[in-house]
Design a protein around this ligand. Structure first.
Ligand code: GDP
Length: 140
């Protein structure tokens, strides 16, 4: 089934200059990029995006990390895109991520872990319009 998912190349990966390599893996992975923009989130914008993690002990730290510099949100489309993008990202903790995954190759820590991906169709339905208006998404 064709799905859309929200991906983010996080501030650590943008700062390291590996956004282009990650975009290459996205294209090689058979995803179509429908939308992209470089943004520097405010603390309020990051807190709203990660509101589901409000009760987690790392919430404040995660929100601070996501505002350290610009990040690159993307809308990806493809067959089973939500799970396939999470497979390509790898486990949250790069030390546990499989060889060949983006987090294994580019992430520094469980927090500064290079990329984000929606974890369900419900999450994607919240996350895509959080960053992109309908006119900013280019259907193919
Ligand atoms: P994901 O779906 O693999 O991104 O993982 P989660 O939804 O569980 O967590 C969201 C984000 O919070 C992760 O991508 C990390 O950036 C961060 N995070 C997750 N677990 C931890 C943790 O134990 N400590 C810290 N500092 N950050 C974490």
């Amino acid at each position: 089934m064709t799905q859309r998912t929200l991906a983010i190349i996080k501030p650590d990966a943008v700062a390291k200059g590996v956004a282009g390599q990650i975009l290459g893996r996205i294209e090689q992975g058979g995803f179509t990029i429908l939308a992209a923009k470089l943004i520097h989130m405010s603390r309020e914008q990051a807190a709203g995006f990660y509101i589901v993690h409000k009760a987690r002990p790392f919430y404040a730290s995660l929100c601070a990390f996501m505002t350290e510099g610009p990040c690159l949100p993307l809308v990806l489309e493809g067959d089973e895109a939500i799970q396939r993008w999470r497979d390509l990202m790898g486990a949250t903790d790069p030390a546990k991520a499989a060889p060949g995954t983006i987090r294994r190759d580019f992430a520094a820590s469980i927090e500064a872990n290079a990329v984000h991906g929606s974890d369900s169709p419900e999450s994607a339905a919240f996350e895509i319009p959080y960053f992109f208006a309908a006119l900013e998404i280019c259907p193919r």
